[in-house]
Design a protein around this ligand. Structure first.
Ligand SMILES: NC(=O)c1ccc[n+]([C@@H]2O[C@H](COP(=O)([O-])OP(=O)(O)OC[C@H]3O[C@@H](n4cnc5c(N)ncnc54)[C@H](O)[C@@H]3O)[C@@H](O)[C@H]2O)c1
Length: 386
């Protein structure tokens, strides 16, 4: 058994996602567990170099986690032949330029979603990656959440019969920043900085729907900016120029209808921050981030509309938990391990820059649907690649 080093240039790791999910809970966790076991018995050990704009911040971050390599010079990092992978978790607006430069330098690419702020750039990255012959992947973390993995198991078992509809409820209250600090970075609420919940969340819903239920063929989306002014990290008021809620309906290949409400202006009265209900002819399920409950046709109580009497049925009572039956690891780490194996051993990894571009495309068409107040069809982007 040999240990094989794999060098990863990690950019944007002083941010929320880059630091917590990708650096600490994925790459450092993988190093601490002794690397990733490969099919041939070898072990792959990630060796990150942290890149950022602020030397003090990036050095402190590296030091805090026992990482010896850090830099403020992306260009020279990209010239280092010893580091094969470029990872990007910068704000969405910075992604195109850095990922494109990394592709030109021959690096394999792994990056956060959205891969760009518009379809043209997202598709251009997929084209450049294909032409360069490098390996590429995009974060699609929701697929690896325990609740959604259990939901996938329920789907694969045939439990639902014919699936009719999917309804997703996502969101929580993001403080405005005046009397309590906002718990998301302020750029999320400024369109000019790549913000907006449609760009942010609709690309998640696209891959969840495509991987579990069917590719999105058309959508109708109504966005809103419910909170017109917020207060930023420096205590300065700013105008919210981006949407902070989206109400979107999707038609899927195969005829399933899906609807997702996404909002940073909603108070939570549900078990988890994301709840996805699936109704089928033979059964239904409600999946969250960690849990999944099912109700089969034989457990379905007969509901009768009568508001004149107190409700006689406890509607929560006839649902059953889907058991874990497995140990679930951090969703980002699971996908990182799959990508590293893909680079090292060519194991399959379908969530590439084309998949990322499809997500950006559906989000962009969501914005268009809202602007033009109409249903919009989703053309197949694969045709653009050939
Ligand atoms: N997969 C998910 O569930 C998920 C969740 C949230 C965010 N994201 C995505 O991850 C990316 C980062 O989001 P975040 O919430 O960590 O943001 P953040 O603001 O916390 O971090 C942004 C990072 O980009 C760096 N950066 C480089 N150039 C910058 C510039 N000119 N302006 C501002 N920052 C710059 C910052 O230094 C920081 O390291 C975004 O693309 C976002 O859409 C993904």
């Amino acid at each position: 058994m040999a240990t094989r080093r794999i060098g990863i240039i990690m950019n944007g790791v002083t941010g929320r996602m880059g630091m917590n999910q990708h650096l600490i809970r994925s790459i450092i966790a993988i190093r601490e567990q002794g690397g990733v076991k490969l099919p041939d018995g070898d072990v792959l050990m990630p060796d990150p170099i942290l890149v950022g704009r602020n030397a003090q911040k990036i050095e402190a971050l590296a030091r805090a986690h026992g990482i010896t390599r850090w830099s403020t010079d992306l260009e020279s990092c990209l010239r280092n032949q010893e580091d094969e992978i470029y990872f990007d978790a910068q704000t969405t607006k910075q992604r195109y330029e850095s990922v494109s430069a990394a592709i030109r330098a021959g690096k394999h690419i792994y990056c956060e979603k959205p891969t760009a702020t518009d379809t043209q750039e997202a598709l251009a990255l997929a084209v450049q990656a294909r032409q360069a012959g490098i390996k590429h992947g995009v974060v699609q973390d929701k697929l690896f959440l325990p609740g959604l993995l259990k939901l996938k198991r329920v789907i694969d078992s045939g439990f639902f019969g014919r699936i009719l509809s999917v309804r997703g409820e996502f969101g929580y209250w993001v403080f405005e920043g005046d009397w309590q600090p906002g718990q998301r970075p302020s750029w999320n609420y400024r369109q000019e900085d790549g913000g907006g919940i449609i760009v942010d969340m609709v690309c998640h819903w696209r891959y969840v729907l495509a991987n579990l239920f069917g590719e999105v063929q058309a959508l109708s989306c109504l966005g809103a900016t419910h909170i017109p002014e917020r207060v930023d990290e420096q205590g300065q008021p700013y105008a919210s120029t981006a949407d902070d809620a989206a109400y979107a309906t999707f038609e899927l290949a195969g005829g399933i209808i899906a609807h997702f409400n996404s909002s940073w202006c909603v108070r939570v009265y549900r078990d988890e921050l994301l709840s996805i209900q699936v109704d089928g002819t033979h059964g239904s399920a409600v999946a969250g981030l960690r849990e999944c409950k099912v109700q089969s046709r034989v457990n379905t109580p007969k509901a009768v509309w009568n508001p004149d009497i107190p409700n006689p049925i406890d509607f929560y009572a006839n649902w059953q938990d889907v058991p874990d039956n497995a140990i679930f690891e951090n969703a980002f780490k699971v996908q990182w391990e799959m990508f590293l194996k893909h680079v090292a051993c060519d194991t399959p990894f379908p969530w590439d820059l084309l998949a990322g571009a499809r997500g950006v495309q559906v989000a962009e068409l969501g914005l268009r649907s809202w602007q033009e107040r109409r249903w919009v069809d989703v053309p197949d982007l694969a045709a653009e690649l050939s």
